[in-house]
Design a protein around this ligand. Sequence first.
Ligand SMILES: Nc1nc2c(c(=O)[nH]1)N[C@H]1C(S)=C(S)[C@@H](COP(=O)(O)OP(=O)(O)OC[C@H]3O[C@@H](n4cnc5c(=O)[nH]c(N)nc54)[C@H](O)[C@@H]3O)O[C@H]1N2
Ligand SMILES: Nc1nc2c(c(=O)[nH]1)N[C@H]1C(S)=C(S)[C@@H](COP(=O)(O)OP(=O)(O)OC[C@H]3O[C@@H](n4cnc5c(=O)[nH]c(N)nc54)[C@H](O)[C@@H]3O)O[C@H]1N2
Ligand SMILES: [Mo]
Length: 678
Amino acid sequence: MEAFAQSSPGERVVSSACPLDCPDACSLEVRVNGDRVVAIGGSRVNPLTEGYICAKVRRLPEHVHGPARVLYPRIRTGRKGEGAFRRASWDEALGLVASRMRALFDAGRAESILPLSYGGSNGLLSQDTTDARLFRRLGASRLARTVCSAPTGRAAIGLYGKMGGVALDDYDAASLIVLWGVNPSASGIHLVPHVQAARKRGALLIVIDPRRTPLAARADLHLPVTPGTDLPVALALLRWLFENGRADEAFLAAHATGVDELRRRAAPWTIERAAGVAGVPAGDLEGFARMYADASPAVVRCGWGLERNRNGGSAAAAVLALPAVAGKFGVRGGGYTLSNSGVWGLDSLNAAAEPDVATREINMNLTGEALRTADPPIRLLFVYNANPVMTLPAQEKVRAGLLREDLFTVVFDPILTDTARYADVVLPATTFLERTELSRGYGAYTLQRTEAVIPPVGESRPNHEVFADLCRRTGLARPGDAESASELEAAILAAHPSGRALAEALDAGGIAAPPSGSRPVQFVDVFPRTSDRRIHLVPEELDRESPAGLYGFRELSSGALHPLTLISPSTDRTISSTLGELREGPVALEISPSDAGPRGIEDGARVRVYNALGEVLCRARVRDAIKPGVVFLPKGLWSHNTDNGVTASALAPDTLADLGGGACFNDARVEVERRRGA
Ligand SMILES: Nc1nc2c(c(=O)[nH]1)N[C@H]1C(S)=C(S)[C@@H](COP(=O)(O)OP(=O)(O)OC[C@H]3O[C@@H](n4cnc5c(=O)[nH]c(N)nc54)[C@H](O)[C@@H]3O)O[C@H]1N2
Ligand SMILES: Nc1nc2c(c(=O)[nH]1)N[C@H]1C(S)=C(S)[C@@H](COP(=O)(O)OP(=O)(O)OC[C@H]3O[C@@H](n4cnc5c(=O)[nH]c(N)nc54)[C@H](O)[C@@H]3O)O[C@H]1N2
Ligand SMILES: [Mo]
């Protein structure tokens, strides 16, 4: 905001909001000169933003106007994956894509079309609108969007029906804050001042993370658990609460089902046994139990780091059961937060307007495998809001699939990503600064409507326009289809029970809160959205789905060949892979001195990180902030960030988590060796 005090002649300041994949949904002030974005800062429209934003999004002008921007449609000229293209008109490019789609449709083989999208734009107008209409009318294969938050999401639905969580602004009121598998210093920075405010007032802080994150370094207790062992840790806490008379039996009797079954399933997990499995001191774990039982208001910020392994869904369920068993609800600053997106019920326009069709479903975590073996084969892959070569597990399989000569790949993105290099047709998308958007936070309780602050850069077009155009070109458009941004917004709001009130708030100030308010107290203002409004501690559907039964711990493999666990959490440099074109230079593998020493690896050494799936060539950064036995490469790297163009996703297995078909990025086993010549 400082920078905006003096703006030069010809410049104007316009408001916007960030729809990128982050809980905070910042409100923005954008400084514009002519058709160019000059600078971006935070505003106070969304109170959580408090006038500041992350260092990444401050670089958005370089992203919007940078050399990696796709300015016009392109058609491949060279070999697959080479990244050689010629310029094409929209008419030619869309004509080609539509004719391929129509041919498969006419031949009754539309299931060989696979749309692949994820969170690149979390904007409500840019996913599940005209895109869903096109692919449903075609009868394309459906994508299970599982790469993130599938296990935690299943747990949250099963136990609480996705009840709204403690507002991030309300963490000030807590006297104990537990950060579980979450690193807000990178992945949602606006929680940090609220944690600090609570601490100033004397609140305790507990962090459960294999890395000593910035907040872990300042915590009263840091439990550096082995990745994938949060389930036994949480079960031991539950057992301790039950065994020591610290369970809130009255609350449970009134509000929960499955209490006895949960007690039974937690029973084998003594503090000592769980501490042994997780590799933390038993005394610390017992200290955690006591601190949690004694404190009120106590809040658990459950993140996504704990879900990305074979036990991730059950782990999240056990963590979410803690505030119920310990009776932490009913006070401001008490309870839990996971994702707050579920409270809106706004997600999918076409769930109302365009019925889903029962075509085959492909789990996006198995994209590489599906490109190789799906029957009928995938012939047309349409990638948008996603960068699968860099963000999906089993990267080498994904790459091999994309090299198939009989696959026609479309990549629709503002930026020439690593994935776009494999495309047959590249289509230029607008960024959110070049279109109308409706952005909903999954941490902040806000819905914000924003208008374009500059015209589309180059020939780029918004998602909803391109998919509507493809609907017409394939002959699948129907009279009355909502197509423009305002028609789509109206349809989304009309499908919502409080749509009128939301629309009025958006008209008045560009921002709306959900009907339950933006600072709900759990079990005062919001209640479980399960069928009977109770907490289901052992929901049957999750029990059936989980291979070892809900809360059943699956042992972690520790092979002699690949003894280290590789994790790849988010960092403050990119948002998933977005903005990665701006992250220059090589990125290092973090390794602890006790793992580096015996391998002859010193700080800065060139290393090879490998397993049966592939290898990453990079430098080492030796740090004691990481638990021995665990190594760390950032999520969202691009090929230019390592010596061989391969990233952590190549070493991540395409095995699935216990719930939701989730990804297992942090269930990777690797070995690291020093490269000769370094
Ligand atoms: N190794 C490893 N990999 C991971 C993870 C991990 O822990 N470890 N975590 C995973 C997680 S949590 C997630 S959420 C996924 C994210 O995976 P993705 O969704 O694939 O990645 P993003 O970088 O969020 O977005 C991809 C693209 O969307 C584009 N985009 C942005 N706005 C628009 C738009 O309006 N229109 C169009 N057409 N495109 C747009 C961006 O330019 C970007 O290239 O990555 C996963 N990948
Ligand atoms: N700057 C930035 N912000 C982002 C994103 C980004 O990429 N960059 N991504 C956005 C997205 S898509 C998401 S899903 C969220 C994710 O945000 P977070 O919930 O913070 O998730 P991660 O960054 O995957 O991991 C968080 C922490 O979990 C730890 N961890 C890894 N494995 C385990 C485990 O088994 N148990 C426990 N207890 N901890 C573990 C990691 O060391 C890490 O410090 O952030 C969003 N915000
Ligand atoms: Mo994510």
